[in-house]
Every structure is written in C-alpha cells, then in structure tokens.
Design a protein around this ligand. Sequence first.
Ligand code: AMP
Ligand code: ZN
Length: 421
Amino acid sequence: MTFLRSQRPRIYLRRLQKNPQRRRTYFVLGIETSCDDTSVCLYDRYSPSEPPKLISSLTSSLDNKEFKGIVPTRALNHHQLHLAPLVSQLLRPPNAPQITPDLICVTRGPGMRGSLSVGVEFAKGLSLAWGTPMVGVHHMLAHLLTPRLLTNGSAPRFPFLSLLVSGGHTMLVLSAGLLDHRILANTVDIAMGDAIDKSARELGLNGNMNGPELEKLVRRYEESVAAGENKALSKEEMVEVGIKVRLPMRPKPGRPQTAAFSFSSFVSMVKRGVAQKGGLSALSETDVQIIAKQIQDAIFDHAVDRITYTLSTVPHEVAAGIQDFVCSGGVGSNLLLRKKLMDAFPDRAMNLHFPPPDLCTDNGRMIAWTGIEMWETEGLHSSYDIMPTAEWSLENILGDVDGWLREDRTEPDVRSADLVA
Ligand code: AMP
Ligand code: ZN
C-alpha cells in the first residue's frame, strides 16, 4: 500500500497543478510486444467523457518472409532492437517538449515469453524511473475491447460477443463485464490466421503476412470473373478445377455437435489437393486463384457454421441480452469474413463491430485503451514483480496471475492531501 501511495501522487499532482478544476487528464503510453510487432503509442486522456486523443503511434513489424513463420528468438531480438528507439521517438517529437506519460500500459500476456519480457521489463524500468503506475494488460482482452476505444467505452456495451481471430487465437467470447469473460468456443488445433497463412504458403505465397495476400488473390479472381475474363464456376466446377474441400465438425448422425473450431484440416486439404494436381508448378495462375477462393470460403464458412451452432447452445435469457458482436484480431480485417458474419445475423438485432484494419492487427493502441479501462473503472495496476505470462486465461484475468494492485476508491481524497503536501 505504501507502494501505491508513493506512485499515485505523481499522476495527479502534475496534472492537478495544471488543472485547477481537477479535470482528470493524463498521458498514456501503450506498449505491445507479445508476438513479432513492436508497437507503441501515446494518448492524451484529455477528458473522461471523450475517446482519448492519439498523439502518435509507431509500429515496427518483423519481416518473416524467408523464415516460414515467426522464429521466437528473431522476434525477441526485433523488440530489443526497436522498442527503446520507438518510445524515444514517441516521447520526443521534433520541436516540441518531451512528454512524460502518467500511465504505462504494457502487454503482459498471453504470447511469446521472450517477446513479452522485452515490453514488460522495459515498462517496469520506465515506471520506476518516472514513478508512474503501470498496468500489465491481457492481449486478448485488448483485442476484444478495441471498438470501445473509438467510443470511449460507450459501445459495445456489456454483455457482448466477440469473435477473436488472429495468428495465434480463434475464440468466441461472451463478455459480461470488463473482467468477466466466458469462452464459448475455442479452436481445438491451430488458429484461423495460422491456417490461412499456412494454406497460402502451400499456394506459393511468401509474404510477410499471407492473409491479406490470399485475400487479394481471391479478389483478383473475382474481378476477372466480373470482367468476363474468366467463366463463373459453380461449386462443383470449382472442385473439378481446384481441390476437394470439406467443412470439419459438420453434424453427422450419432455424433454430438461441438462448440469449437478446427482449422488444421484446411492446410492438409490444400497440401493434398495441390499434390494431386501434380504440384504447384502444374497449376495455372487461375487454378491457384480458384483454390485460394475455395479455401478462404471454406475457412470462413466453418467459422460461421460453428458460431451459429455455439450460439444455439446459449440459454435464451442470456442470448436475449446480447446486442453487440465484435470481430477483432488480424483476420477480422478480411472483408469476406465480415460479409459472411453480416449475412449470418440478418434477422437478429445484433450490432456488428469491425475495428479498422490497423486496430485489428496487434497494436499498442488497444493495449493503452485496455489499461485505461482497468485503471479508471477498477483502479487496477501492476506491481514491479509481475512476470511475462505466456499462458493466461481470459476467463480468469485477475485470479490467474498475481501482482495486481488496486487503488482504494473509498479512501479519503488523498489527491488534495498530496497537493497540500
Ligand atoms: P494478429 O495475430 O492479430 O496480429 O493477426 C495476424 C494474422 O491475421 C495473420 O495470420 C495474418 O495473415 C492474418 N490477417 C491479417 N490480415 C488479414 C486479412 N485481410 N485476411 C485474412 N487474414 C489476415
Ligand atoms: Zn493479437
């Protein structure tokens, strides 16, 4: 508690002196290093009733082209190399005074341990040096709260559903409150983004992020059909030209349905299908585009199929209170997935929330916002002995890890005491 008190005055003292009306206003630093993107941002929380104002955000993405995926040690080195220079650039804008943040929000987990440790240890150092509170943020919570950043927490309102689709996770979550989340369906094998990246690689794509490349490939095919350059094919004709696709977990007599996702078979379907056609070199550009379309369609159809089933298992009284659906995480920026989700809920009074693509992929802004919500609504921040947490349950954010400190909101107004002191 002494620790809490010693940290608290700093955040208010400086601001309160500038703001005699005691407006709660402060600067927030967001740091994300859970995977291979080093991303930082600075917000001005200039008003509690407006979305925070973005001063700047900077991201450095690791180039994984030659490495068939993310190599953890390369990601670690990338963060070590870039984090401090990015924060320095952020806080020292040219021709402007240096800014010292009043709250530091850093991804604590889940993610790659080495990568996380770079951000967490850096945040501890800054927190100690500046006497500034630090919040260790749950990465998936941040993805799920992202649309609230743009509305200052007014939409979506709890309870809401989220489909979190990234390179490492695929889950359907029911959120009843900031710290109250239930995973309704999870993947039993690999994540949707991982399946997309691997399938795309089987089709010869070797970009830094294959998802958007696959989406472009499919779009090119669709545009060529619309322009009459290629014939429109039925699903059956597509199987002739392309590959056989089958949705996993479809209901079968005698087999109970599962509220879960499974994506690994899609990669095998592409691998097998391409091999049966004589390998990639035997395929024309259009053949590859057709297979890309088949697999992208199938992956998203499977997701919608399992979401529909999972929601049918939610008790009516719970389902009746849900009016918002968020689709977030890297794959959430895919326009076809968005369309399929919109088509899946035509008759329901469901508001769909799709954050802009740059907020769908990993970014420091969502981490900053989540820290703001935890700090402002729960008074939560983290102690200096927190560890990066590779596995961290979204269903037990506070209980699963230690190191939480809570501002006691029932205390007398220590802020005025601090001011007098
Ligand atoms: P994240 O792990 O949240 O940073 O998201 C990265 C994952 O999202 C990778 O697997 C990307 O290939 C995938 N991704 C990003 N943009 C798209 C897109 N437009 N379509 C499909 N997948 C995408
Ligand atoms: Zn992510």
